[in-house]
Design a protein around this ligand. Structure first.
Ligand code: BT5
Length: 267
């Protein structure tokens, strides 16, 4: 596919049917990280709804200082700026919201069922097809904003993944045996995110938590969670009202975990 950046941006913007997302849509050939650029725009007063899409990233970021492999032409790397009017009681709720939009989108295009893995992965047959990075910018100097970043592996062939990801990552093309149009996926994600965000703003978080539950295979499974250098094992029970994961430990006690601080492993 030939990627004409300006016309792609116009194409995406014109075909969006969104209330809040897509006020400005930028498509760039290469950037360090779409989340970084959106943050810069936020600090310069950007409006809610800004979308930045890059054809490739040189420093795509995961959580906790990890990297997101972002090769040119085969993946989706995009970030959206939201400015919720009220601060959530827990930042996990936005990872839940974005995860719901992401899994619904990927399931529109995947021939096999995609599911959510706590806290921010979308997996197909246990292999990661997409990851989310939600960053809440909130301090006295900077304007408040929420940056939702998503990476989706779309048209990668198995040999296009580096050695360290070969066994853990997949793409829609690998799953479907066919390539998929990235612009169509981008439009779908932005519209799903817009709808879920609107639902959250008008009706609150409960429907989001319920949709997350319907799109995960996590509950009832034994998992271990790494918090700092501590590993905590238990059975994943549910998401609580704050969007935190509740784990039941062997001694019967329950503990809730925020999405930001955690890496989880399912057995
Ligand atoms: C994530 O972090 O999964 C969040 C990824 C968010 C990427 C998007 S791209 C647009 C926006 N701009 C950015 O700079 N970031 C966001 P985490 O849960 O920490 O997972 C990172 C781990 O996933 C790495 O340590 C690898 O093990 C693995 N990984 C890296 N790249 C991958 C890929 N392309 N596909 C599957 N797994 C990958």
């Amino acid at each position: 596919m030939i990627y004409d950046f300006e016309s792609d941006a116009a194409n995406i913007k014109n075909n969006l049917n969104c209330t809040r997302i897509g006020s400005v849509v930028m498509v760039l050939p290469e950037i360090d990280s779409t989340n970084n650029l959106v943050k810069k725009y936020l600090l310069n007063g950007a409006e809610e709804g800004l979308v930045v899409i890059a054809e490739s990233q040189t420093k795509g970021r995961g959580r906790l200082g990890r990297t997101w492999y972002s090769p040119s032409k085969v993946g989706i790397y995009l970030s959206v700026l939201l400015k919720p009017q009220f601060a959530p009681d827990h930042s996990s709720i936005f990872t839940i919201l974005a995860g719901v939009a992401a899994v619904l989108t990927i399931n529109e295009f995947s021939h096999q069922r995609a599911s959510l893995k706590w806290p921010n992965d979308i997996v197909i047959s246990k292999q990661k097809v997409s990851g989310l990075l939600c960053e809440l910018v909130q301090n006295r100097i900077e304007p408040n904003g929420l940056i939702i970043g998503i990476g989706i592996n779309v048209n990668h062939l198995p040999e296009q993944f580096p050695e360290n990801l070969k066994n853990s990552a997949t793409s829609l093309r690998i799953v479907n045996g066919l390539s998929v149009d990235r612009l169509t996926i981008i439009q779908s994600f932005l519209m799903n995110l817009d709808r879920e965000y609107q639902t959250y703003l008008t009706k609150g978080k409960q429907s989001m938590i319920e949709k997350w539950r319907l799109n995960t295979d996590l509950f009832g499974k034994k998992i271990s969670i790494k918090r700092g250098s501590t590993i905590i094992s238990g059975i994943a029970k549910r998401l609580n009202d704050a969007g935190q994961l509740v784990l039941s430990q062997e001694n019967g006690s329950e503990e809730a975990f925020e999405s930001g601080e955690i890496t989880s492993r399912i057995y």
